[in-house]
Design a protein around this ligand. Structure first.
Ligand code: NAD
Length: 287
């Protein structure tokens, strides 16, 4: 098709990703013929998967760009010509744009979370939340992007909790030099309840609450009306954490907002369009 563009998502366990239909429908609403493919790499093949060959081929056939997800967000760094400042500071890329023979890496996970936060809880919301003390649960791939995003929004004390405390501490150490005005600490789950009791907000970035991992990563007793909760899990949109937080009267931000805004930012980078986030939110809720 004349004017058709092709992009793809490359990662593991992504055959049911909602990103392709979100991209294709929103691009169509802008009059673009945008095909968005999925390259789901079997877990056994991931360690030896030749990501460089995929980038070469994608570029050679004129693809506009790629989204890259677990387990390739770090591995792709060495295959790029240039990084956006956020991707460079975070050390992770989820969007590669082919631009005149050059490969430019961006990270719309952090920018998508940050934009959603600004609109719902931050400086673009009618009533911005306090950020004197924030606790984040989860220091994995999503956790790293979300923690970076939170710190760009000005947090006084930021504590990272992970079931694997070594992982939590490594993330804290990587963020500390970038955000010298924030006290960044980290640890395991044991003292999480005590720290949450003193916090203004809770950011949840573990897989707990997904259909495959039901439940909550915090005890229900830690939730209270004056503790805001930002969720990263978006399938289901109303996780057990979100439902429990709402039931005690807490302000909540659901994970679909991050999913939508990472796609908004990627579509903007691929095509220069201004996607309609509200329309994409309605769409993702239908999927
Ligand atoms: P990951 O496996 O890289 O990291 C998860 C981390 O959570 C691990 O470090 C693990 O030790 C920790 N953890 C697990 N259970 C815990 C518990 N009970 N208490 C404390 N820590 C615990 O996974 P990820 O890629 O970071 O994804 C996490 C979640 O974020 C997934 O549900 C994913 O679907 C979601 N996600 C959402 C978006 C979005 O756009 N909304 C984007 C990316 C990921």
């Amino acid at each position: 098709h004349e004017g058709a563009t092709v992009c793809a998502l490359v990662g593991q366990g992504i055959s049911h990703s909602l990103t392709p239909p979100m991209h294709e429908r929103e691009a169509a609403a802008h009059g673009l013929h945008h095909s968005y493919l999925v390259l789901d790499v079997p877990p056994a093949d991931a360690p030896t998967f030749d990501l460089g060959a995929v980038l070469d081929r994608a570029q050679a056939i004129g693809m506009r760009g790629l989204n890259v997800t677990h387990p390739f967000k770090q591995r792709v760094l060495d295959l790029l010509d240039e990084l956006s400042p956020g991707a460079e500071r975070l050390g992770a890329v989820n969007t590669v744009v082919f631009d005149d023979g050059r490969r430019i890496g961006h990270n719309t996970d952090w920018s998508g979370f940050a934009r959603n936060f600004d609109l719902g809880f931050g400086d673009e919301s009618p009533d911005p939340v306090s950020r004197s003390a924030v606790v984040q649960l989860g220091a994995g791939g999503a956790g790293a992007a979300v923690a970076y995003a939170m710190l760009t929004r000005g947090v006084g004390r930021f504590h990272i909790v992970d079931a694997d405390p070594v992982r939590a501490r490594a993330l804290a150490e990587s963020l500390r030099p970038l955000f010298v005005d924030t006290t960044v600490t980290a640890g395991g789950v044991d003292d999480a309840d005590t720290l949450i009791a003193r916090a203004d907000g809770l950011v949840h970035a573990t897989p707990i609450g997904m259909a495959a991992h039901p439940g909550m990563a915090v005890s229900a007793g830690t939730l209270r009306a004056d503790l805001w909760v930002a969720e990263v899990v978006y399938r289901p949109v109303v996780t057990e954490l979100i439902a429990n937080a709402r039931s005690v009267g807490a302000r909540t931000l659901t994970g679909d907002g991050m999913a939508v805004h990472q796609a908004v930012d990627a579509l903007h980078l691929f095509h220069g369009i201004e996607p309609d986030a509200a329309r994409m939110t309605r769409h993702i809720r239908d999927l």
